[in-house]
Structure formats: C-alpha cells, structure tokens
Design a protein around this ligand. Structure first.
Ligand code: HEC
Length: 184
C-alpha cells in the first residue's frame, strides 16, 4: 500500500512537470525568447521584397542594373544554351506560348485580356535580346487590368525573375531565336 502511494506520488509529480512543459510547448503561455533574427532587415509574407541597394550587381552575373538600360546577351547561342533553353521553355512557357511558341498553349484559351505573344512573330523577333530579357524578368505589367484589380499581372506575361536564374533567362532567349530560324 505504501509502495502504491509512493507510485501515485511519483506520477502526480511527473504529471505536473509534463503538464507545465506542455503549457510552453503549445504556446499557452507565450514567451518572447530573445531572438536577433527578427532584428535584421527582412520582409514578411505578403510583403514586397526590399528594394535592391543602389549600384549593386547580382551575384548571378549581368542583369538589369537601374539606369543602365537593357543588358546585352552574354551567353553565346551554342548547342548547350539552346538545348537548355528548350527545356526551360517546355517547363515554364509552353502552357501559355505553345509548343511552337505561337501563343497557342493550353492556358492561352483562359487568358481573356491578353493572348500570349507569338514568339515567332516579327513583333517579338525584332526586339533585342536585352528587351526580351526585361519582359521575361519583369513580366508585362498592365495597369489597365480591371479584371484583376489586385494583381495587375494576372492573365498577363508573369515576371519570371524569381523562377529562372539570369543564365536560364538568356538560355531561353537563345532558344526563342531558333523558333524563327526553323520557320515554326
Ligand atoms: C501565364 C501565361 C504565360 C507564361 C507562363 C509565359 N508567358 Fe510570355 N506572355 C504571356 C502573355 C499574355 C504575353 C503578352 C503580354 C502583352 O502583350 O501584354 C506574353 C508575352 C511574352 C513576350 C513578349 C514580350 C514583349 O516584350 O513583346 C515574350 C518574349 C515572352 N512572353 C516570353 C515568355 C517566356 C520565355 C516564358 C517562359 C519562361 C513565358 N513567356 C511564359 C503569357 C505567358
């Protein structure tokens, strides 16, 4: 009987201890731990990323630098680049611009405001690589997009700067150039 009482005592003490720990682990009592992570420049979800510091150059290599105009294509249009570009195109662009790049991808039927550009057409092909780089990086913004007032990019050419590295964007541009050459 004494042993039983002692056991109950041990369990009660254990229970209280575990219970006390649970209160903290489930944030019933919220403790503000000292954290220096929160003190650095950062942005939270749904917030715009911080602006790029003046005169900074991306580690990925030449990209758009404010007030410097559209960049030149530093990636030679060789077999490797075009093959990479074709893959990137198949993954990121075909749904809107279509297999042949003529703007007839599966998703294009749902884009009511603006149809994806015909990448084989004169309008796109006469633009410089730098201009295409800017369009692919920043998307084609439409302030008149009344259909999606909260997101002016909806139903438009989306900005790809977060999806594709700088090198990948040049590869895909080198690929787009072949769409004309093969007469597709
Ligand atoms: C959500 C559909 C969608 C996807 C995905 C998409 N585009 Fe577009 N793209 C568009 C639309 C719509 C336009 C026409 C924009 C306009 O004229 O206002 C466009 C226009 C363009 C243009 C012409 C821009 C100009 O300056 O004339 C290029 C080049 C282009 N897209 C390349 C790409 C590449 C490369 C990819 C993949 C990395 C891609 N797009 C992915 C919808 C898309």
């Amino acid at each position: 009987m004494r042993l039983f009482k002692q056991l109950v005592g041990v369990f009660v003490v254990l229970g209280v201890l575990v219970g006390a720990l649970m209160i903290f682990s489930y944030d019933v009592v919220k403790i503000q731990w000292v954290s220096f992570m929160g003190l650095q420049p950062s942005y939270s979800t749904q917030e715009q990323p911080l602006p790029v510091p003046a005169l900074s150059i991306p580690v990925e290599g030449p990209a758009y630098i404010l007030a410097n105009g559209a960049p030149n294509n530093p990636v030679p249009s060789d077999e490797t680049s075009i093959a990479r570009g074709a893959q990137i195109f198949a993954t990121n662009c075909v749904m809107c611009h279509g297999e042949t790049g003529q703007g007839n991808g599966i998703v294009s039927a749902f884009l009511v405001k603006k149809k994806p550009a015909d990448l084989t057409g004169v309008l796109v092909q006469t633009k410089t690589d730098g201009a295409l780089f800017m369009s692919i990086s920043n998307g084609v913004f439409n302030p008149q997009n009344t259909l999606f007032p909260d997101d002016k990019f909806s139903g438009q050419m989306p900005p790809m700067n977060e999806n594709l590295t700088v090198r990948e964007r040049w590869d895909v541009i080198n690929y787009i150039r072949t769409l004309l050459a093969t007469g597709q």
